[in-house]
Design a protein around this ligand. Structure first.
Ligand SMILES: Cc1cc2nc3c(=O)[nH]c(=O)nc-3n(C[C@H](O)[C@H](O)[C@H](O)COP(=O)(O)OP(=O)(O)OC[C@H]3O[C@@H](n4cnc5c(N)ncnc54)[C@H](O)[C@@H]3O)c2cc1C
Length: 388
C-alpha cells in the first residue's frame, strides 16, 4: 500500500484553510499538514477583523502574534445618533497568519492551482496527485444554487496621512454619508496615528461594483475630514449576504467528498459576510475529530453547518427584510435602530450567538420595517425556487 503524502491536505491557504491548519497542529503535535494555494505567496493585501467577543480565549492567544492592531472599543455613527461600544476590535494580517501556519509546522505549497479535490486527495493542475486520509476544501467563495444572496460591496484604501488623522478607535459604520446603491457606510480602521484604512461599503442588490467610483468617494470623504496622504494598500470585496439558504441540499450534494469549509461551504455570518468567528469554530471541530479522516470530519462539519444554518434563519429573515422589504434609500434606518439595542445583544449578534429573547427584541417594539412590508419576506423557499 502506498504511503499518503500528508496526514491532512488543505486546498486553499486563505482564512479558513489556515485556521484548520492551526487548530489541527495545536491538537496533534507532529501531524503532517500540507496546504496548497494558487496565490503567489502570503500577502498583506488582506486583513481580517473581528470583535473581541467573537473568539474564544484560545483563539485570541493563538492569533495574537499575527495581529496588525488591537483596539479597546469601537464606534458607530448614524444621522440620528452615534454610539461608542465597549467591545474590543482587532485586525489580522495575511502575512502574519501565513507565518503562524508555517511556525506551527505546516507546509504551504504556493503557486499551485488545484484542479480537483476529493475525500482521498488533491489533483494539481499539472496532473500530480497528493493523497491524505483527511482532505479539506478551503478554496473560498463560489456560487451555488442553494444560496441566494444580496451583496456587501466595498473598496478600502489604506493611507499614510501627512499628519495625525485623529481617529482613536475603529469607526465600524459611519452612515452619516449620502446613501447610494443601497445601505452605504464608511468604515475606518486607524492602524497607527498616521495610518488609516478608509472603506466605502454598500449593501446592494447587485454584485456589480465600480471600484473607481468608490475610490473617488473615499477621496472626497478623506478630504472632507482634512486627511491627505499616500495610498499604501487597496482592498476590494463583494461579500455574500444570505437571503435564503438550503444547507441540507448543499451538504447532500457534497457528501462523500472532501470536507468543505469557509465561504464556499456557506460558513459566514449571514448579515456581514464575515467568516473569521465561524472559521475558528469549524477548525476546532475538525481538530477534535477522532479519527482525523475525511468521512469523520465531513460529518462533524456538516452537523455544525446544518445547526448554524437553522439558527441563522432569523438573520436571513432580517436580510430579506432589509433587501426585499425596504427601499434602498431607507435601509440605514434599520441599522440605526439596531444600534440602539443593548450592547450585549449587539455583541452576541456579531458572534453568531443570539438568544431567542434577543431575536424577539430585534423584531418587537418598533419592528425594523412595517409589518405590511415584512409579510412577503417571511418565507425563504420562494427565493430558492426563483434561482433553481
Ligand atoms: C477584502 C476583504 C476583506 C474582508 N474582511 C473581512 C474581515 O475583516 N473579517 C472577516 O471575518 N471577514 C472578512 N472578509 C470576508 C471573509 O471572511 C473572507 O473573504 C475570508 O478570506 C474567506 O475565507 P475563505 O478561507 O473561505 O476564503 P479565502 O480566504 O479567500 O481563501 C481561499 C484560498 O483558496 C485559494 N484558491 C482558490 N481557488 C484555488 C485553486 N483552484 N487552487 C489553489 N488555491 C485556490 C485562494 O488563493 C485563497 O488563498 C473579507 C473579505 C474580503 C474580500
Amino acid at each position: 500500500m502506498s504511503r499518503a503524502d500528508a496526514d491532512l491536505l488543505i486546498a486553499g491557504a486563505g482564512l479558513a484553510g489556515s485556521l484548520v491548519a492551526l487548530a489541527c497542529a495545536a491538537a496533534r503535535p507532529g501531524l503532517q499538514i500540507t496546504l496548497i494555494d494558487a496565490a503567489e505567496g502570503p500577502s498583506d493585501a488582506h486583513t481580517w477583523s473581528f470583535h473581541d467577543p467573537d473568539l474564544t480565549p484560545v483563539w485570541h492567544q493563538r492569533l495574537d502574534p499575527a495581529l496588525r492592531a488591537r483596539w479597546k472599543g469601537q464606534e458607530v455613527r448614524f444621522p440620528d445618533h452615534a454610539r461608542r461600544l465597549r467591545a474590543g476590535y482587532a485586525s489580522l494580517g495575511g502575512t502574519g497568519l501565513a507565518r503562524l501556519v508555517t511556525d506551527a509546522g505546516a507546509r504551504v505549497i504556493w503557486e499551485h492551482q488545484v484542479s480537483q479535490v476529493d475525500a482521498g486527495g488533491i489533483a494539481l493542475a499539472g496532473g500530480r496527485r497528493l493523497t491524505a486520509p483527511c482532505v479539506v476544501d478551503a478554496r473560498g467563495a463560489r456560487t451555488t444554487p442553494h444560496l441566494v444572496t444580496g451583496f456587501q460591496k466595498f473598496v478600502g484604501l489604506e493611507i499614510e496621512t501627512d499628519r495625525p488623522h485623529g481617529i482613536q478607535r475603529p469607526l465600524i459604520m459611519d452612515a452619516t454619508v449620502a446613501q447610494l446603491d443601497g445601505y452605504r457606510f464608511v468604515y475606518l480602521l486607524p492602524f497607527t496615528p498616521t495610518r488609516l484604512l478608509i472603506e466605502d461599503t454598500r449593501y446592494s442588490d447587485g454584485a456589480a461594483m465600480d471600484d473607481d467610483a468608490l475610490a473617488t468617494a473615499i477621496g472626497v470623504y478623506a478630504a472632507a475630514h482634512g486627511w491627505h496622504g499616500t495610498e499604501i494598500r487597496r482592498e476590494r470585496g463583494v461579500l455574500p449576504i444570505a437571503l435564503a439558504h438550503d444547507a441540507p441540499a448543499f451538504w447532500a450534494e457534497a457528501a462523500g467528498g472532501a470536507v468543505p469549509v469557509g465561504l464556499g461551504a456557506g460558513l459566514f455570518h449571514p448579515v456581514t459576510g464575515y467568516s473569521l468567528p465561524v472559521a475558528a469554530r469549524v477548525a476546532d471541530t475538525i481538530a477534535a475529530c477522532d479519527p482525523l479522516d475525511s468521512a469523520t470530519a465531513f460529518a462533524a462539519v456538516r452537523d455544525l453547518a446544518l445547526a448554524k444554518a437553522r439558527a441563522d434563519s432569523f438573520l436571513r429573515l432580517l436580510n430579506r427584510m432589509l433587501f426585499r422589504g425596504c427601499p434602498p434609500a431607507q435601509r440605514h434606518h434599520v441599522l440605526s435602530r439596531f444600534y440602539r439595542l443593548p450592547e450585549a445583544l449587539i455583541e452576541r449578534f456579531y458572534a453568531g450567538r443570539l438568544t431567542p429573547l434577543d431575536r424577539l427584541r430585534i423584531v418587537t417594539g418598533k419592528p425594523p420595517i412595517p409589518v405590511r412590508d415584512a409579510l412577503p419576506c417571511l418565507r425563504e423557499a420562494p427565493l430558492l425556487k426563483e434561482t433553481a
